[in-house]
Design a protein around this ligand. Structure first.
Ligand SMILES: Cc1cc2nc3c(=O)[nH]c(=O)nc-3n(C[C@H](O)[C@H](O)[C@H](O)COP(=O)(O)OP(=O)(O)OC[C@H]3O[C@@H](n4cnc5c(N)ncnc54)[C@H](O)[C@@H]3O)c2cc1C
Length: 176
């Protein structure tokens, strides 16, 4: 079984849908001139979907009265850092910790949850958007520029700087 996702840059995108069907001929048109194996993979696809990727401005707040949001509903992000689900699960864990504190009213608990999560999730959203330029940099199109680009941007130091703050966080123990 093969599953692939591919990106095409466009100036506009009208429909907001997760279930719009694409066609093989349309995808082949999008990847004209690519390696024959890429085109063979597209030709063999049984089901193709297409959707837009959008960078959203941060919401000013997530909670109102006794209601709050978590996950993509309050901090959707483009998928270039692989952290959307992670942020939703962390949100849920911190929310559970906040509402478990019986000394807080429900509104106080939701405010505490939002305060604990707001900066981190928006930082992840910004960092994901920034990765679009890293993954799709023009230097990657030619081997003579791609190699030094990879060495600079994917060496151990660059990777540590990009990811360490994400993986050092522990939702079970972080102060809230
Ligand atoms: C191509 C792609 C690759 C990704 N890769 C990664 C990755 O590698 N790692 C990672 O961590 N994240 C990744 N993500 C992001 C991740 O999928 C999302 O961040 C995550 O699913 C968000 O979870 P959520 O529960 O907030 O929202 P969702 O998963 O969208 O859940 C919302 C649910 O609510 C339902 N719903 C909507 N409206 C209603 C309604 N009116 N009534 C009842 N139900 C309703 C929906 O059907 C859906 O099931 C990727 C996303 C994409 C698009």
């Amino acid at each position: 079984m093969v599953s692939f996702s591919a990106q095409v840059e466009r100036a506009s995108w009208e429909r907001e849908s997760w279930s719009e069907i694409g066609t093989v001929s349309e995808a082949l048109q999008d990847f004209v001139g690519w390696h024959p194996e890429v085109q063979e993979m597209i030709r063999g696809a049984e089901t193709l979907y297409k959707w837009g990727l959008f960078v959203r401005d941060p919401l000013p707040h997530w909670s109102e009265g006794g209601v709050t949001l978590l996950g993509d509903a309050c901090h959707s992000m483009v998928p270039y850092l692989g952290q959307g689900v992670v942020m939703a699960i962390e949100d849920a864990f911190i929310l559970a910790r906040c509402v478990a504190d019986l000394e807080l009213t429900s509104e106080e608990a939701l405010r505490r949850y939002e305060k604990a999560r707001y900066d981190r999730t928006n930082r992840a959203a910004d960092a994901s958007a920034a990765m679009q330029r890293v993954f799709h940099h023009p230097a990657l199109a030619h081997s003579e520029t791609a190699v030094p680009y990879m060495e600079k941007n994917w060496g151990p130091e660059a990777i540590r700087e990009r990811y360490e703050w994400l993986f050092q966080y522990d939702a079970t123990t972080v102060p809230i």
